[in-house]
Write a protein that binds this ligand. Structure first.
Ligand code: ADP
Length: 257
């Protein structure tokens, strides 16, 4: 049951009583659960055929001997697209898991500067071929807070992947860790395409993408930021963004001490 309590005031604002409104939302809750189960089941069922398709496409690609141009080209496309679908299905399963169970956190004292440095190194390693320059500004002194390092790293990798995807060649990405009395902020700043201000409230929704055609090209799924937001909220933190079109974006992760 959802309850709203509203005070009843007379014209001269004198207190007259209260109005209690009770709403039966059990049907709504049930429908929400049906939706979540449906997404989880469909994603799960898609995994098996997908594994078969990408396996056979890969075999075709690796096959020795003469192949017509079409066969090579088409097997490459089938393989790439199944990889994308795989990322999507995995993202959906991950989101379903986060919604359905209370996420298990593995909380321990975390050196934030170190987690950020390690994540940045791993992401750079994966994107060696991109022509992007990374700057890391570590905190002036070590900051240790109780949190889950694996989740922090996952959030940061998502933000860094985006910063790379939406930056021009030769772009610069800056990562900084700021220490405040009550919180730590991790900023990922890029000089990429930016996000129009009217789109900003929506980019954390699942599947929301500003430019559908472009993201298809970059292989995005539209789930990265939804997952990052969920993860940070589970850690008691927040994510926010400031952005200017054609100048760049700054994503801020806040973790409270
Ligand atoms: P995607 O897989 O499409 O990148 P995300 O959930 O990670 O999905 O991001 C949602 C949308 O937000 C993206 O499609 C893109 O339009 C926008 N976006 C995210 N990060 C950036 C960024 N650093 N610069 C510009 N646009 C961004």
């Amino acid at each position: 049951v959802e309850m709203n309590i509203v005070p009843i005031l007379s014209e001269d604002e004198a207190f007259q009583g209260i109005l209690v409104i009770l709403n039966d939302i059990s049907e709504l809750k049930r429908l929400e659960q049906v939706r979540k189960d449906f997404v989880a089941n469909v994603s799960h069922e898609l995994k098996t055929p997908l594994a078969a398709i990408s396996g056979f496409a890969e075999t075709l690609l690796d096959e020795e001997g003469e192949k017509s141009n079409h066969v090579s080209e088409f097997s490459r496309i089938i393989f790439d697209e199944t990889q994308r679908l795989n990322r999507l299905v995995n993202g959906l399963l991950e989101l379903s898991r986060m919604e359905s169970e209370k996420m298990e956190l593995n909380v321990l004292p975390v050196d934030i500067g170190e987690v950020v440095q390690n994540t940045l190194n791993a992401v750079q390693q994966q994107h060696q071929s991109v022509n992007i320059c990374f700057d890391y500004i570590p905190p002036p002194a070590g900051i240790v807070i109780d949190s889950d390092p694996v989740l922090i790293s996952q959030v940061l990798s998502n933000l860094l992947d985006n910063a790379i995807k939406y930056s021009p060649k030769g772009g610069r990405i800056q990562v900084e860790v700021l220490d405040y009395a009550d919180r730590v902020e991790i900023n990922v700043v890029d000089q990429g395409i930016g996000i129009p201000s009217q789109e900003i409230p929506r980019i954390f929704e699942r599947f929301y993408r500003v430019d559908k055609a472009r993201t298809r090209k970059t292989g995005g799924t539209g789930l990265g930021l939804a997952i990052a937001k969920h993860l940070l909220e589970n850690l008691g933190g927040q994510i926010s963004v400031q952005s200017t079109v054609a100048q760049g974006s700054k994503f801020t992760c806040t973790l409270f001490k």
